[in-house]
Ligand binder design. Structure first.
Ligand SMILES: Nc1ncnc2c1ncn2[C@@H]1O[C@H](COP(=O)(O)OP(=O)(O)OP(=O)(O)O)[C@@H](O)[C@H]1O
Ligand SMILES: [Mg+2]
Length: 299
């Protein structure tokens, strides 16, 4: 099958060294005929909200696992703050697709547990206060003593976010954190995520298959080709002013341009490189127009 060549990554000149750098990373799994990710390079400056957009099965979770240190690349290298990436630690917190909370613990207990793991020097009371601050931040104060099995999906996702934020990581990794939610809850949490990021300014890498979500939240979008041998295209900066209001966004020329660039990248590859594959594999990227995303915030 003919493959589409993606131009080599051109990194912008950075005033300071990147927080995270991936250099020509390749990753496959035993039994797979081809690597999932190949020749993948990425450069994330400190403080950036980065969104990696790719279709289902492209390798987004594989990429997040590599950055978290849960798996190692077969080739290439990953640098964190200029040093080879170490094992998983509290400097990189992950919010997974499926929340992964402890169902028998309350909201407060779930978050406090993470705080105590990340900052063992804190005594019980300080750890609780610290956890409470982040529970307030995600607006779960009223549910603080509920067990996570008693919470809705949206509430669980907030706990997962509070737990990750409470670890005060240098890098927050979000693996499609809102994908399991209904459209209304998803839109609310997108706005919350934007607000929280505005307050914390933690460096974030979010992977998503939702282009509008990426543009709404990110400073820069990194489009991921379809796998196998998925790699990243040129970064697409999003300089739209914040706070971004979803109803106004679709009217802004920059938004339309960024959206077109991403869709063209994802669909262009489909047209040129993987048409044969499409016969038995339907596209699963969310390239639907933004009007599908509900408008919760009045102008
Ligand atoms: N542990 C594993 N062992 C073997 N193959 C795997 C493993 N994890 C992922 N893969 C394969 O790697 C490819 C990419 O999977 P990955 O979960 O990274 O995709 P994704 O982009 O996160 O998809 P989704 O959007 O559906 O979550 C898939 O073909 C998957 O089958
Ligand atoms: Mg995934």
């Amino acid at each position: 099958m003919a493959r589409v060549e993606v131009a080599p990554h051109r990194f912008p000149a950075l005033a300071q060294p990147p927080l995270l750098e991936l250099r020509n990373v390749e990753k496959g799994f035993a039994g797979g005929s081809e690597p999932v990710l190949s020749q993948l390079s990425l450069c994330i400056p400190e403080g950036q909200f980065a969104a990696v957009v790719g279709c289902s099965g492209a390798g987004k979770t594989t990429l997040i696992s590599l950055i978290a240190g849960l798996t190692k690349p077969d080739q290439g290298e990953i640098l964190f703050a200029g040093n080879p990436l170490g094992p998983p630690g509290p400097d990189r917190a992950v919010v997974f697709q499926n929340y992964s909370l402890l169902p028998w613990l309350t909201v407060l207990e779930n978050v406090t547990l993470a705080v105590r793991a990340a900052a063992p020097q804190l005594n019980r009371r300080s750890a609780k206060e610290h956890a409470q601050y982040f529970i307030d931040l995600v607006k779960l104060t009223a549910a603080i003593n509920k067990r996570s099995r008693e919470l809705s999906g949206g509430m669980r996702q907030r706990v997962a976010l509070a737990r990750a934020l409470a670890m005060e990581p240098r890098l927050l990794l979000l693996d499609e954190p809102l994908s399991a939610l209904d459209a209304l809850t998803r839109a609310t949490l997108q706005d919350e995520l934007a607000r929280i990021w505005g307050e914390t300014k933690t460096t974030v890498i979010m992977v998503t298959n939702d282009i509008d979500e990426a543009i709404l939240l990110a400073d820069c979008v990194y489009p991921l080709t379809r796998g196998p041998r998925a790699t990243l295209g040129q970064p697409i900066p999003v300089t739209l002013p914040r706070p971004r209001v979803r109803t106004r966004l679709s009217l802004v020329p920059e938004y339309q341009w960024v959206r077109r660039e991403i869709v063209a990248f994802l669909e262009g590859l489909r047209d040129q490189g993987t048409r044969e594959k499409e016969k038995d594999r339907q596209p699963t990227c969310n390239t639907a127009p933004q009007s599908l995303t509900p408008n919760l915030r009045p102008l």
